[in-house]
Write a protein of this length. Sequence first.
Length: 72
Amino acid sequence: MPASLRYFKRDPNGLRRGEGIYYHRGKGYYSRYDVGRDSKIKAKGFKKHKTGVNRKGKGSSIAQAGDGILSR
C-alpha cells in the first residue's frame, strides 16, 4: 500500500464514493481501501538500481554511495 490509511467523511476526490477509509496514491489522488480487494494484491516493493551498487564477484551486492534505490 502506498501510504497510511485515513478515514474521510466524504470522498476526498469528489467522485461520490462516500465515506470510508482512503489512502494517498500521490499527486493529490486518493484510492478507497477495500479489505477484500486490497488483501489479494501482492506488494512488489522497490527494485535495486545498478547505479550505486558494487558487484564484485558472485553473489556480492555491497552498496557504495547509496543503497541502489533511486527515487525516480
